[in-house]
Design a protein around this ligand. Structure first.
Ligand SMILES: NC(=O)c1ccc[n+]([C@@H]2O[C@H](COP(=O)([O-])OP(=O)(O)OC[C@H]3O[C@@H](n4cnc5c(N)ncnc54)[C@H](O)[C@@H]3O)[C@@H](O)[C@H]2O)c1
Length: 351
């Protein structure tokens, strides 16, 4: 049997970055992707997708697509990336998000079962979003889950939960508590595949990725990350507007480090818990803005006191499990990653 790998959503940002190492690792790599117009404005095969990867244009939620694909291809490893990822959008377009993320996952497992094409391993890229606001700690060291910040808190510029400090996101210590529909569908994917793989004897490795950024990310999708937005605005000489008091925390992990973690998951990893993938460094949005502004010599960022309903105050990863079990280590600092991204943009990535 040939050594094959299927990557759903394989024409996206992470899929393209994975394509070369996968083409080197497997005899046959197939990317199944519907070239979703919000991500692929041109609706064509991305130049960054390794030429050795076969692109099948199709929708993961479509039964016929799966039946036709699996007719001549029974992959040993499936990397399930296909997803609708609009966090804010998902509250108003819940059906679109659940169709791809939830139904797309069960269509995949049903088709695999129908064809008796049970893979050896499935890898899922879940998200830090499943934690929602996560777990906080009081001065005595007691933990609690304060839930989402209310509109009243935000309107009164009460950004944090009084008397509490956030803690790092760690799947073996912090319970998921999704704060939007996208996050709920990602947690659903985790649960669906945990049970299906457990019953079918398929190994299952799941990652909860923090904010992935870097060369190759979409610079035109208005719903994609703050890093690309800030770098483009800084390049245009704009003073970057920073919400709340500037102290919203995120963990920005470079694409190459993310790819290294997923590749490590092909040969290692257990289904006991999700691997949290980030740098492990809590970075404020103000620090991110200052880093991007400094690269282009843009004016000092401006703290606006504005806010977005549903924004989580703090999220960064505890990466100890991935370090210990996958022998993985993030290598690219924020400064280095921003410099690489900016260099790429300066080289004409937007043209
Ligand atoms: N990039 C991040 O910061 C990040 C963070 C956490 C989790 N993730 C997860 O990683 C995965 C990949 O993310 P990405 O950043 O590469 O996103 P992306 O939007 O660049 O890629 C997703 C791909 O899925 C495809 N797709 C969407 N709906 C589809 C459908 N119905 N059928 C087939 N293909 C479909 C899109 O065309 C796109 O090519 C997603 O599952 C996402 O939830 C990403």
């Amino acid at each position: 049997m040939s050594n094959g790998c299927l990557v759903t959503g394989g024409a996206g940002f992470i899929g393209c970055a994975l394509s070369r190492p996968l083409a080197e690792r497997f005899d046959r790599v197939v990317a199944l992707d519907n070239l979703q117009p919000q991500v692929h404005a041109q609706q064509v095969r991305p130049a960054a997708l390794d030429p050795r990867v076969q692109l099948v244009v199709g929708d993961v939620a479509d039964t016929a697509v799966w039946d036709s694909l699996l007719q001549d291809f029974q992959p040993q490893v499936i990397i399930h990336l296909a997803a609708e990822t609009g966090t804010g959008q998902s509250l108003r377009e819940a059906t679109r998000h659940s169709r791809t993320n939830v139904l797309g996952t069960t269509q995949m497992t049903d088709a695999l079962a129908r064809r008796e094409a049970i893979p050896q391993k499935i890898i899922l890229t879940s998200s830090r979003a499943v934690y929602g606001e996560g777990r906080w700690r009081d001065q005595e060291g007691n933990f609690s889950y304060p839930g989402m910040r209310t509109h009243q808190m935000l309107a009164a510029q009460q950004w944090d939960f009084a008397g509490l400090k956030p803690t790092a996101q760690s799947s073996h210590e912090v319970n998921p508590s999704p704060a939007n529909v996208y996050a709920a569908t990602k947690l659903c994917q985790e649960n669906l595949l945990t049970s299906w793989c457990g019953s079918m004897g398929t190994e299952f490795v799941k990652f909860r990725l923090q904010n992935v950024y870097g060369v190759g990310q979409s610079l035109t999708n208005p719903y994609t990350g703050i890093v690309s937005m800030f770098t483009r605005w800084a390049k245009a000489g704009k003073a970057l507007p920073v919400y709340e008091d500037g102290a919203i925390i995120r963990d920005f992990v470079y694409i190459e480090d993310t790819v290294a973690a997923i590749m490590a998951g092909i040969d290692q990893g257990t289904n006991r818990y999700a691997y949290d993938i980030g740098t492990g460094v809590a970075t404020t949005i103000l620090e991110l803005a200052q880093t991007a502004a400094a690269y282009y010599g843009a004016p000092e960022p401006v703290i606006t006191g504005e806010f977005r309903e549903g924004d989580v105050r703090a999220g960064w990863a505890d990466i100890s499990a991935a370090r210990r079990e996958l022998g993985w280590e993030p290598k690219i600092s924020l400064q280095e990653g921003i410099a690489r991204l900016c260099h790429w943009i300066d080289g004409g990535a937007l043209e």
